[in-house]
Each structure stands twice: as C-alpha cells, then as structure tokens.
Design a protein around this ligand. Sequence first.
Ligand code: TYD
Ligand code: MG
Length: 417
Amino acid sequence: MEQALETAGAGKSAVSKGQVSGKKLDFVKLKTVVPSDAKARLLTEFSDLNTVLGGGILMGSVMLLAGQPGIGKSTLLMQICAEISKGHDVLYVSGEESAGQVKLRAERLGADSERLNFAASTSGNDIAKTIETGEFDLVIVDSIQTLAMDEISSAPGTVSQVTNCGNLIIRAAKATDTAVVIVGHVTKDGTLAGPKVLEHLVDVVLNFEGDRYGGFKTVRAVKNRFGSTNEVAIFEMAESGLKEVQNPSAALLAERTNTDGSVILATLEGNRPILVEIQALATPTNFGYPKRTASGFDLNRLNLLIAVLERRTKLKLSDKDIFVNVVGGMKLNDSAADLAICMAIASAVAGRKLGEEYVVFGEVGLGGEIRSAFRADQRIAEARKLGFLHAIGPSTVHDKFVIPAKDLRETLIRYVK
Ligand code: TYD
Ligand code: MG
C-alpha cells in the first residue's frame, strides 16, 4: 500500500508538493436555476404512458425502452412517432429493419406525417452526428445492440460498444436538446443484455413486460429523473397496434367463470389498484415429487405458502400437483397476494367455490397469521367500483367493506368449507 502510494506520487506531482492543480468551479445560485423539467414535453397519444413518463417525453432527455424481442417495442415507438411527428420533426433510425419493412409497419399504424423521417444505420458515430445537427426534436434508435463505433473493434452488442455508442448519443442529445429513445433488448430472465451500464447513463428507463403471446403488456419506469417510478401503463396488442387498456380490472374479469380454485385478488400494479383472477388447479401426483407450477407468481413464494398451508391448516398437499395461474399475463409483485393464492389452492383442493361477491387481499405469515397490506383503501375502492360486496382482508383495515381475517385456518374453514 505504502509503496503504491509512493509510486503514485512519483514524478513530483502537485499532490506531493501539497498544491492543487485545477481552477475554481463556476457555481450558480440554485435559486436562480431554471429546473430542467420546465422544458417542453412531447405528448404521446397514450395518456397513461404520458403519466409514466412524468407528463410526456422531456426535450433533451434520453430514454431507454427495454423489453424482450417481439413484445412490441418497435410498434409502440412507431405509434409514438406517428403522433409526435404531427407537430415535430422526428427521425426513426433502425439497425434491424429496412425502410421497406418499417414503412409496412408505419402504414399499418397510420403514421403518414411529412415530418417523420427514416434512416437505416448501425453506426453509432453517424447517428450521434445526425442528432448533433439539431434538426430533429425526437430521435428513435432501434436498437442499441445493433450499433457499433468506428474506433472500437469489438462486435455490436458488447459492453464496450453499447457503453460508448450510448455515451456518444447521450452527449449529442444533451448538446442539442433532442429527445432520444434508445431501444434495448433484454434476455429471457429480464435483464438488459449487455447494456446494464446504459441504465446509469440515461435519464429514464422504461421496462416493457408481459406475455408475448396475447394478454396484457405493461410499461413502467424503473428509473425516471423527471417523474415517479410508481406509475404503470397497460397495453393490449390489437390489429392496429397497441391500445391502452383503460379499465384493466373489468377486462381482466370479463371472461371469468366462477369455478373452484378461482379467487379475485385486489392487487396493485405500481400505484394502480387492479383486480385479477387467481386460478389454482390441484391434481393427484402420479409418481415422484409433487409438481408445483406458478405463472405470474414467484415459485419460491408459492412453495412457502404451500408449506404454511400444510403446517398451519392441516390441508394435505404433499400428494398433489399444484398449478397457480394469474389470469391475463399479469406478473404479481405484491406481498398481499398471499391470502388469495392460499384460498385459491384450498378452494381447488376442496373442490368448493368461493362466493362471487368477494375479493381477497392480505399477506400470510409463516405462523398462518394474516398481515396488513399497504394501500388497502385503494384496493377497496377498486373492488367497490366493480360491484363486489366484500373484501376478505387483514383485520387491521377498518372499513365496513372488509370482513376481517386474522388466521389462515379460520378463514379457510369459514369461506371454503
Ligand atoms: P415489434 O414491435 O416488432 O416487437 P419488438 O420491436 O419488441 O421486437 O412487434 C411485436 C409483435 O406485434 C409482432 O409479432 C407483430 C405484432 N403486431 C401486431 O399484432 N399488430 C400490429 O399492428 C403490429 C405493428 C405488430
Ligand atoms: Mg423491433
């Protein structure tokens, strides 16, 4: 260590003489600074997406739109371009598709503005140079994984290419106050392939998630320097592109047939209360270990809840395969989903339906106790709005709508028996 310091100080640098090179910073009174989100915002046609963005796409901001291949990133961006190019100059750069291919999509989505331009390119330098001209208000770069810089010899998509191309583009965007959206593909497990570094460089990171084959897709901000990260926009892919789902609860419950194993959960997607149907199916295990499958729910959590059910309610599950499904392609990330999952499993095993008038929410502890859920009031409001009569929920909630549940065993005996 000592030696390392000495070597660093060798050559009689300023440090060894106790002097400082560099000059005094130019600082300003923070009070007089114009906040950067006071700049203009480009509005998309999707009101919920505008909310996710904190009020639209901010001029001069750089956004990363991340999602699995085929989820609809190019479609969403073309729709955004169609709207914004009505009043602004927009450039769509693709490194993946030709002008002809993009034109097909644009036609289908009704993008026909004079001010919408296209370029096919995989050169990070050329794209940055084009942004630097300041000719465009919005530039789309689809996708970062296809770009390469002349100065770097590694293949497109590698960390060094992604970081350097990203930096070049960001600098150009900031210099000319151009809004830029960069597309990033993610791998199967949901992590950004290669460009994790990019997340730190950009202003906004949007994740586009959901079922690739039908069902709902969600767009949420996992990082937003100019807005909250709690909002979510919900989309559905239709013939004519993506459509915002205005009342997801109603749409999610539309096809419900009340069978055993079906329970309605009052959950939250970001800040938004949503009712979803949880379905459970239990079949006898033919040989070997019982199988547990969860779609839209964490498998580890499911195994934990099954253990709690077995131990605390004496329900026998070790000889049954259990499948749990969250209808509509939603991915639950809500600890208050526990009670609904447990009730769905118990209902499937007992072959008994839960009354149609109930929604359920609450966390289940290892002791089989039912614990409080955050934002209970919003969950209740959504259930009321959709015509439910009661919620089975934690006893800490004081609302006539909620029938308090304290213990898992008691609750199951009362409602599923
Ligand atoms: P795409 O936006 O190309 O996905 P990504 O850029 O994320 O890879 O398209 C996703 C899918 O959407 C594609 O399989 C075709 C389908 N699609 C529609 O169903 N309707 C449409 O109007 C469009 C443009 C695409
Ligand atoms: Mg694409």
